[in-house]
Write a protein that binds this ligand. Structure first.
Ligand code: BDR
Ligand code: CA
Length: 317
């Protein structure tokens, strides 16, 4: 049976790989891609999403969404992904054009037209929060919502407490996590360490020689440099593709648990922290909204690393 995916993305290097995976996967049809600010400014994320479709040789409608967080100025990750988000390797510009209309409205229409769909979010949650606020009925139409974001009570990548996608627009993330949506959180902690690609691993993928494989590794040039600067050894982390792997093959998440997950929106120190009520203490103490939301979020705790890497290889081959 064909599954319908909708992807919301701040398209930069790892988003592009995640999009390629969904486009190449056999029983999945991508009904639409909505783009949000994040890794780079919105217009560049949009160009990158359109260019990725060109590499894949697939036609999928793409919409531009929010160009900034709900309540805060935009922040980018160009020091990590490159000024153009694709490693400044000289890709594009794309020849394709986006659809008319706002990405949040497109999300509403896409979800209503595809009840039971899987929504995969790869960027800040601004578009999703706007869509849910405008049309709360879509919550019940979404079968799965796989979120690349957060760090389950562990270290962050943009501050010690927070992961980039949630930190950039914590107010949007708080709306989404409290919406009743069936969120599956794939946090940053699952994507680093052995889940990243060593130089041997990424060179083996590049050597597959397909347009998708060459682009998937070629657009990581800035990421490879940034990680080599930080850690002394070149490697690639691919958070969005890890989340996409879980969306495509749920068994890749080999351990999970359901909890109340709250997002910090007021403190500067811990802005965007995803506070997982691992022992259900808050939900047991609070008979109000926290209790209703208890175990609302499925927190992925462990991924099958060999299987995620094998899926990546299959999709790029
Ligand atoms: C997330 O932030 C972005 O830089 C990546 O594209 C990914 O979505 C990882 O923290
Ligand atoms: Ca992303």
């Amino acid at each position: 049976m064909v599954r319908t995916f909708i992807i919301d993305t701040d398209t930069a290097s790892d988003d592009a790989v995640a999009i390629l995976m969904a486009l190449q996967y056999p029983d999945v049809e991508v009904a639409g891609i909505t783009v949000v600010h994040g890794n780079v400014p919105l217009h560049q994320c949009l160009a990158n999403a359109l260019f990725t479709l060109e590499v894949a040789g697939v036609d999928v409608p793409v919409w531009a969404g929010a160009d900034r967080p709900l309540l805060r100025p935009a922040s980018t990750a160009q020091a990590f992904h490159g000024v153009d988000g694709l490693g400044d390797a000289g890709y594009g510009p794309p020849s394709r054009t986006p659809e008319a209309g706002h990405g949040a409205d497109a999300l509403i229409d896409l979800v209503r037209a595809n009840p039971g769909c899987t929504l995969v979010t790869l960027g800040p949650l601004t578009n999703v929060a706007l869509a849910i606020s405008r049309a709360p009925d879509i919550v019940d139409c979404i079968g799965r919502c796989v979120v690349m974001g957060g760090a389950a009570n562990t270290v962050g990548n943009v501050t010690p407490a927070a992961e980039f996608n949630i930190w950039v627009d914590p107010d949007a993330a708080a709306i989404v996590f409290r919406s009743g949506l069936s969120v599956e959180m794939v946090g940053w902690e699952l994507c680093r360490g052995d889940a990243g690609l060593s130089q041997d691993e990424y060179e083996a993928l590049r050597a597959l020689g397909t347009p998708a494989a060459k682009f998937a590794i070629g657009c990581q040039a800035a990421v490879i440099r940034a990680i080599a600067d930080m850690e002394g050894v070149p490697s690639i982390t691919l958070p969005d593709p890890v989340a996409m792997a879980v969306a495509l093959e749920p068994e890749i998440c080999i351990r999970s648990s359901r909890h109340l997950v709250e997002v910090e929106t007021t403190s500067e120190l811990t802005r965007g922290m995803t506070v997982v009520d691992a022992l259900d203490v808050a939900s047991r103490r609070d008979p109000g909204p926290a209790w209703e939301l208890a175990r609302a979020v499925t927190v992925c705790r462990e991924v099958d690393i060999p299987r995620w890497k094998s899926l990546l290889r299959t999709c790029l081959a």
